[in-house]
Structure formats: C-alpha cells, structure tokens
Design a protein around this ligand. Structure first.
Ligand code: SAM
Length: 227
C-alpha cells in the first residue's frame, strides 16, 4: 500500500517502462509498480546500506528478483548501460539533492525519456535545472499528506528550446495555471512563513540590505500570484 505521494509518482510511470528509482529506501515504489504489472524492469538504487538491505529483503519477500535489482550506489551510478533504463524516479528528497544527483552523471540520462521527480523542498531550483538541461515539464501535481504539501514534477527531453518565466519556475507552469485550493494553501502558508523571516532579518543589529530586498521581492511575487 503506497502513500498518496508515491501513488502519484507511480501514476506517471509509463506502462512497460524500465525504471531506475534512485533513493528507493525500502523499494516500495518499484515493488508496487512490478506487482501492478506496470513495469518491465527496475533498478532500486540506494547509497546507504541499511535502506539498500531493506530493498533487498522487500524484493526477496515479494519474489520480484526477476524484475527488480537493488544496487548500492551513489545516485545514477546505480544505472548500467545494459539496464536500458528509460524512466527515472527520484522522490522524497530536497530539490538541491535531486539536481546534484542528476548533474553527477549526465551520460546516464542519454536514453531517458521521462523523469518523475518529487522534491520535498527546493522545487524552483529543480525546475531551473530541468529548463537548463532541456527537460520540459509535461505535468505537475500537488499532494497533501501528513500535514505537508508535496509536488510531483514530470519532465521529458525536449528538442525545441524553451524558457520558463520566474513565475513558472517558482510556482510550476501547470500548478500556476490550475491554481487549485491546495496551491493557494501552500502559498498562503509560504507567504506567512516568509513574512516572518523578513521581520526577523529586519531586526538584526545590522540589517542585510541585499537579503531584505531579495526577501521583499519573493514576498511580492507570492502576493501577486495569490491575488
Ligand atoms: N524514495 C523514497 C520515498 O520517496 O519514499 C525514499 C525517500 S528517503 C526520505 C530518501 C532516500 O534517498 C534515503 O533512503 C537515502 O538513503 C537515499 N539517498 C540520498 N542520497 C542518495 C544518493 N545520492 N543516491 C542514492 N540514494 C540516496
């Protein structure tokens, strides 16, 4: 039984895909995909031994060893050419770590036709990475679970050059367009949080001018979109 968050990630995995799930932990996502008959093959990559061993035992318990390989490796190093991976999922980490993982092995992205990413924070930075590497966002979702609002970003390589505006980078091109109630909630909360940060920064004995300006710009961007 997958969380709503991982169920949303799973929905975007194409039928018959060959998946690399990086930072797989227990391997719940590839296991669910395999049990549903949704994938041909998966690699469950983990950099930490404990979670890797959890994935190994989950795969064994469910008798999925023919479909899923657990590998102890840092990021995309878990992928071998012979895997013929076409879909990469990376969920449950910060956007900065996700971009770091994608940056470390550009050659592993060559045959990849879809990225399904679920950053916990730092979504704007991740969208900027996608834009700068010509991965176009094809869909986005917001999932509210356990008191947190998660974003799922689906991207595919684009042959046509494109750019995103600062609004699209910050809020997400599709999420911005949909402007759902959960979107409003997320950004109302974020606005409140950032206003608190601004007050604190201003109270410093030597208020940092550049930081204050940046903070004020971010706040007015959020206000503009909420109005
Ligand atoms: N993907 C699962 C999910 O969304 O529920 C697990 C998320 S868990 C919070 C993050 C996992 O990523 C941890 O198990 C951690 O060990 C792993 N991880 C962090 N950095 C990694 C890297 N560079 N390569 C592979 N795995 C990594």
């Amino acid at each position: 039984n997958l969380s709503q968050r991982l169920t949303t990630v799973a929905k975007f995995v194409p039928q018959g895909a060959r998946v690399a799930d990086i930072g797989s932990d227990h391997g719940y996502l590839p296991a669910a995909l395999a049990l549903q008959g949704q994938i041909e093959y998966a690699v469950a990559g983990e950099v930490v031994r404990g979670p890797y061993e959890n994935a190994v035992s989950e795969i064994k318990k469910l008798a999925l060893a023919k479909i899923i390989q657990a590998r102890l490796a840092d990021g995309l190093a878990a992928i071998k050419d012979s895997d013929h991976i076409n879909t990469i999922t990376i969920a449950g980490m910060g956007g900065a770590l996700i971009t770091q993982i994608l940056d470390a092995h550009p050659e592993k992205l060559a045959g990849v036709t879809r990225l399904i990413l679920q950053p916990n924070v730092g979504e704007a930075r991740l969208r900027e990475w996608l834009m700068n590497h010509q991965f176009q966002i094809m869909a986005e979702r917001m999932v509210a679970e356990d008191g947190h609002i998660y974003e799922v970003i689906v991207a595919e390589p684009s042959t046509v050059p494109f750019r995103y505006s600062k609004y699209e980078l910050t809020f997400g091109p599709f999420l911005l367009e949909q402007h759902s109630p959960v979107f409003t909630k997320k950004w109302q909360d974020e606005l409140q949080r950032q206003e608190g940060v601004l007050q604190q920064v201003k109270q410093a004995s030597k208020p940092p001018v550049a930081k204050i300006k940046q903070q004020e710009e971010y706040i007015s961007l959020i206000k503009e979109v909420l109005n």
